[in-house]
Design a protein around this ligand. Structure first.
Ligand SMILES: *[C@@H]1O[C@H](CO)[C@@H](O)[C@H](O)[C@H]1NC(C)=O
Ligand SMILES: *[C@@H]1O[C@H](CO)[C@@H](O)[C@H](O)[C@H]1NC(C)=O
Ligand SMILES: *[C@@H]1O[C@H](CO)[C@@H](O)[C@H](O)[C@H]1NC(C)=O
Ligand SMILES: *[C@@H]1O[C@H](CO)[C@@H](O)[C@H](O)[C@H]1NC(C)=O
Length: 357
């Protein structure tokens, strides 16, 4: 191929899209506040925290979501101006059903960074997708008590107004019936409906947002008949029509299925944070750099315009892209794409265009 035909490296394209979204002028600034990234560290050679924090700052990214509260990471985030969601891994949830343990966790991992010039912690993620069907119910009995204890410990330590405990949940905690697969019919999964009702009522009391991970790529991966164009944001293909609302992309349809589930649980205006959304660049026929570009371009355009969704129109949506960098030590049990979610390679460099083949 002639040099002039070469596509720019996806990392560069995405980096410039990020700049466009966060720094592109007054009109786009509200999107800047919404845009965050996930920082995972399941890598054989994790990038030094200092380099990652520098990268966030250089790209104007003001929010980051972690999967732990690693001391080295937290120390670098101190004074950075980056807002942080720290996290409690699933294997600690059982321990945190004891209030004294939750108090100790908050003391060690939150209070110790809460000083002038410290870490700007906004959320504590209690577990990571603990109700995934593939966990076989392992965390069903411990997640809600841990959530309650962590929020109470935050309150008791005087952080409760500024820091909210939430639970990042996979979109498989809600669905609409097979015979009426439209967003307005959204309900929480029947096996956990009572539990979800308690959790969202609690969040409504504490002022915490519902955190959900939405993956249009997985809709395609899971279903060979899924219409490709519906995974993206360019409005092609045949829409899903629901009470006169035309859904032209699965992200909106999925988000509004959650809005309907929340409404049916009596908390229709509970704030929603999208904890993870992204597109992998390798490891499956649909995991391609050009699709990732198409997906992110549409998503970032939508966010910059504060378009919201049909059930929550013209709203700012707080979103954390998944993910900042590839993680070459992730389990490939869900699929070979798992190590390729990064906007950047595992070494922090832009992805070469060869990946888009
Ligand atoms: C958080 O606090 C607990 C103390 O309860 C400690 O054992 C743990 O290592 C700390 N860090 C993380 C990342 O959880
Ligand atoms: C869940 O159950 C399946 C089938 O019994 C098993 O293969 C899988 O390892 C279990 N997963 C966990 C996390 O326990
Ligand atoms: C959760 O609690 C229920 C009811 O007490 C019990 O039947 C179930 O075995 C528990 N599940 C786990 C994974 O501990
Ligand atoms: C809880 O939900 C009710 C009904 O939607 C709402 O009026 C109230 O403001 C919510 N509470 C909080 C803390 O947001």
């Amino acid at each position: 191929m002639a040099g002039s035909d070469r596509r720019p490296a996806v990392g560069v394209v995405l980096a410039s899209l990020l700049l466009l979204a966060v720094g592109g002028g007054v009109g786009l600034l509200p999107a800047a506040e919404g845009l965050g990234v996930n920082w995972g560290t399941l890598a054989s050679h994790p990038l030094p925290p200092r380099a990652v924090v520098q990268m966030l700052q250089d790209n104007g990214i003001k929010k980051v979501k972690l999967f732990d509260a690693d001391a080295g990471t937290m120390e670098e985030l101190a004074g950075s101006g980056v807002e942080v969601m720290v996290a409690i891994p699933n294997n600690l949830l059982d321990l945190l059903t004891d209030y004294a343990a939750a108090r100790d966790w908050v003391h060690a991992n939150v209070s110790s960074y809460s000083f002038d010039g410290g870490v700007d912690i906004k959320y504590v993620a209690v577990g990571n997708e603990p109700f995934l069907s593939s966990f076989n119910g392992t965390f069903l009995n411990v997640t809600f008590p841990a959530l309650q204890n962590i929020q109470r410990a935050l309150d008791d330590a005087g952080h409760g107004d500024a820091i909210k405990a939430t639970v990042p949940l996979n979109a498989d905690v809600y669905n609409s019936p097979k015979d009426n697969p439209v967003p307005s019919a959204g309900r929480f999964r029947s096996d956990i409906a009572d539990l979800m009702m308690e959790i969202v009522q609690f969040m409504n009391q504490t002022g915490a947002p519902f955190t959900v991970n939405i993956y249009p790529f997985l809709s395609l991966y899971d279903n060979d008949d899924f219409p490709l164009d519906f995974a993206f944001f360019d409005g092609n293909g045949s829409p899903v029509v629901d009470n006169g609302i035309r859904y032209t992309n699965v992200f909106d349809a999925n988000f509004d299925t959650l809005v309907s589930a929340l409404s049916s649980a009596g908390v229709g205006s509970l704030p929603i944070v999208v904890g993870e959304v992204g597109w992998p660049t390798d490891g499956h026929k649909h995991a391609r750099a050009d699709y990732a570009e198409r997906f992110y371009a549409g998503l970032l355009r939508k966010l910059a315009a504060n378009a919201g969704t049909p059930l929550r129109p013209n709203q700012y949506v707080e979103v954390y892209l998944f993910s900042l960098v590839d993680e070459d030590a992730k389990s490939v049990a869900p699929g070979n794409f798992e190590r390729h979610w990064g906007i950047l390679r595992y070494d922090g460099q832009p992805k070469p265009d060869e990946l888009s083949v």
